[in-house]
Design a protein around this ligand. Sequence first.
Ligand code: XMP
Length: 324
Amino acid sequence: MSDIRDSKMKRITNQKLATTFIKKEIESIKKQVGKQKVLLALSGGVDSSVVAALLIKAIGNNLICVHVNHGLLRKGEPEQVVKVFKHNLKANLVYVDARKTFLNKLRGVSDPETKRKIIGKVFIDVFAHEAKKLKGVHFLAQGTIYPDILESKKGVKAHHNVGGLPKDLNFKLVEPVKFLYKDEVRQVGLALGLPRDMVFRQPFPGPGLGVRCTGAITKDRLNALKEADAIVREEIEKLKYTPWQYFCVIPDLKSTGIKNGKRYMGWAAIIRAVNTKDAVKATSFEIPHKTLYRIRDRIIKNVPGINRVLWDYSNKPVSTIEWE
Ligand code: XMP
């Protein structure tokens, strides 16, 4: 099958067009896989969630979703995957708690690229291990979208969706949204009844909070990051307008604080919120002072280990959006 989007294909800009796409795709999935089982790595991101919802409609329990909880997702995300897919959509979901494995493999590793490589490799190992346990599954569904294909072709990025799994698994691929752009995938997600906050989730790096817990990751600092990040998201989402990406970073750095009249060393939570079109250039989003103060007060009061809150208002370039 060609890897080029048909130039006559209409852009999916509304719910009616999304419904038409879904109907057509269900038929083509049924034709491709028949009564066979299909495996899917469900991260909870927009693309894999939409593919899962589409396949559940097409083949029901013959779709086996595997959610690997690597411990680097944001607060509440693994729970949302289980709630939406297992409980609401009645998916055949295998939940793998791999948090300890990832933390162990990442222990003491501070180089950002090595961290990225370890996260990617351990993910594939855990997923392949689960896949091998399921006998007789020959199809693998993936949330590849059109920009992934274009970027891989240009050599901009090697996408995990385009290659990556061990060849001996010998899967045939099912990629129902591979000719769609992100906005179209979102239209399809809404038409499939996925929750709005899942469909309009802000971009989130593959290595997850691993790139925001800079240096060697520890369980305590990672937990503090999840809590502080949840506060940042909650406060920013109260605003009339929410920026493109907003989150918290906790670098591997301690500074002096005072608690109960005594000195103690704590981490700094760094607030980052940016607007951008394509992530190539980005401008810092002007967070209202009241919001900044509320974030500061809530983090200091509620997140153990943090004694300082900073706002990173740098633009890209020269600063990248992420800290690692
Ligand atoms: P930077 O930090 O390069 O980020 O300004 C640009 C956009 O890419 C996201 N990002 C990543 N996404 N794997 C990903 O899947 C990564 O390793 C990664 N690093 C950065 C970042 O969140 C931003 O949207």
